[in-house]
Design a protein around this ligand. Structure first.
Ligand SMILES: Nc1ncnc2c1ncn2[C@@H]1O[C@H](COP(=O)(O)OP(=O)(O)OP(=O)(O)O)[C@@H](O)[C@H]1O
Ligand SMILES: Nc1ncnc2c1ncn2[C@@H]1O[C@H](COP(=O)(O)OP(=O)(O)OP(=O)(O)O)[C@@H](O)[C@H]1O
Ligand SMILES: [Mg+2]
Ligand SMILES: [Mg+2]
Lengths: 165, 162, 162, 165
């Protein structure tokens, strides 16, 4: 199973729809400070179902929606789609391409879609269970987390091993 | 559940001893479950000793040694259960050039089973990319994604218009 | 004590507005004491808005923007009361090359009143040194200080025997 | 007032006596991971009178004394001396060179010296008061502190401003 593409629209600093294609190897993202690299990382986490605003560096969920800039007005919705190439049927679902979409409206309402049909968050977590890429898994590591993984409190370490079990 | 956890724990432990030696060119490391406690509840202790040094409290390691130890543990987990996608955000920042070279070499070896997405400012890490993207804010406050060739990334980490 | 604190607070505030603009090439920043509270007890709020962006919660700034904001505040303090010695440990790690250049330029300006001791892995910061030292562990586990010329620092951050 | 030299012996990874001279401009310290750069920073903090082991990344004070390595036995004492050029008499003391020395023995005993005569810690803090370089001042900044200076809890920010007052 390969993450083949991510599309981001209205999430954090992405006022316009942007896409990033992955070739299955090593994709490197570069750019000056504050241009939106970690916002791409947050988009992947959020798209996989992350529910805790603090992990996404936001104080409340609605600060995830594009809030406006000099040349662009605030938007009413944030949307992220993750496209997976499922031709080897790792995901227990009968499609060759699986698209997981998450939306958030200013009203606070959320929406989850699987290949364009609305589903519940639970359907997405069940689908991604045991693949190692769910929101809780160890698939996104930031420099700040290095202190946690090695710290005395050890909860994070246990969670990492449990995830692999 | 207990035998399953124990089984995975032992595998990760052996892998960690191996990846740690690879990154630190020697030294040794360990993951320990305190004797007599229930494996499902007990704290997991981590030990790390760089080559030629005494074993000391993990807090006494340097910034770079800590990052390298955490990366070794991460790869030990991937050897047990590869995650299809792994995202790393500036995890190479505290590493000196020699360790960045070791890090990117090991990444290359794992890239067969796991797809990596890496955010970095380090030119050596950029060179290992199979595809390179830039994020720019040509319109202030609005992010845009552009595809980039390595030569387009100038000194400033800025992306020349492709 | 109250008028003295208020006096210094206002000076640091004005300086911070100036140093922030220098580092971010625009934008604006502020330090605020909540109205009506006793200045000696109240929390000091910090606001930072990079050029062309909306004012948002300080937690939404990026890693590099946060480091640059903290450095601006530090220099604002030095303008009020220069500290004879200032030690900075890898504070340039999250900065892109353009910001490292701005950082080292401002350092040069402050180096008349304040003596700086800087630990770094960044080659651009190394070039600004008036004296360069290397720390090595030729004997494993034992640190040794050697004086270094810029050309001696090779790709690896390792120091060729001087 | 200029810090002209620091000498370190038996503190953390410095098994042998090492010296570092400062020329009053920009001194840059480089070297591979784990070689002892931040230990030099800790030596400056400790020499200025830092009392909290956690700031020095140690769990107890005696882990500041060289604990041994492949080719060197553990030592019984840690000693750091900071040499200040006081020719402009910024420090209220009649010497052109002021040497502040701190020692720690395995027994847990500490010793403070001023130009080779034993004094109390209070004498050193009084001497450095109002110069902006005491242990509490904002003269040592590590990357990890950036999060604290900007954080909501704001105590650190207030302390910084108070120090300048
Ligand atoms: N809801 C939002 N609407 C608009 N912009 C936002 C929103 N949330 C965050 N931002 C902006 O995104 C920027 C941060 O981007 P990000 O953290 O991705 O930078 P980065 O590329 O990772 O930089 P660095 O190299 O410094 O880590 C901030 O300047 C912030 O103002
Ligand atoms: N009491 C001690 N005795 C001997 N060695 C010690 C002692 N305390 C710490 N060390 C060693 O010092 C090393 C850490 O050094 P330090 O943190 O200064 O590295 P650094 O040069 O800052 O590296 P980095 O570039 O990764 O930040 C550790 O490997 C640790 O084992
Ligand atoms: Mg970032
Ligand atoms: Mg260090």
């Amino acid at each position: 199973m390969i993450l083949s593409k991510i599309s981001i629209h209205g999430f954090k600093s992405f006022a316009r729809k942007e896409e990033l294609r992955f070739d299955g190897g090593l994709t490197v993202i570069v750019g000056p400070n504050g241009c939106g690299k970690t916002n791409v990382v947050d988009a992947i986490r959020w798209g996989l179902g992350e529910q805790r605003p603090s992990i996404l560096r936001a104080d409340r969920m609605d600060s995830l929606i594009f809030g406006g800039a000099q040349s662009a007005k605030p938007l009413g919705m944030a949307e992220v789609s993750l496209h997976f190439d499922n031709s080897r049927h790792v995901l227990p679902i009968d499609y060759n391409e699986v698209v997981v979409t998450r939306r958030l409206f200013r009203s606070g309402e959320s929406e989850y879609l699987l290949n364009k049909s609305v589903v519940r968050l639970k359907d997405i977590s069940d689908l991604l269970m045991d693949t190692g890429i769910g929101a809780d898994a160890y698939s996104v590591i930031e420099l700040k987390m290095v202190e946690d993984i090695l710290s005395e409190k050890a909860e994070d370490r246990r969670k990492l091993i449990e995830e692999a079990a | 559940a207990r035998t399953r956890f124990n089984d995975v724990f032992q595998k990760v432990r052996t892998n960690f001893q191996e990846t740690f030696k690879r990154f630190f060119r020697g030294g040794d490391s360990d993951l320990l479950l305190p004797e007599g406690e229930d494996p499902l509840e007990a704290r997991i202790e981590i030990k790390a000793r760089p080559a030629g040094k005494q074993l000391r409290d993990i807090d006494l390691l340097s910034g770079g040694e800590k990052a390298l130890t955490a990366i070794s543990l991460l790869f030990a987990l991937y050897m047990v259960k590869p995650s299809p996608v792994c995202v790393l955000d500036e995890i190479d920042a505290p590493l000196d050039d020699a360790n960045v070279q070791r890090f990117t070499r090991v990444l290359g070896e794992f890239a067969e089973k796991t797809q990596f997405v890496i955010v970095t400012h380090n030119k050596m890490t950029m060179r290992c990319a199979s595809s390179l993207y830039g994020v720019t804010m040509q319109e202030q406050g609005v992010s845009k994604i552009v595809s980039v060739k390595f030569d387009d990334v100038d000194e400033e980490g800025e992306i020349r218009a492709a």
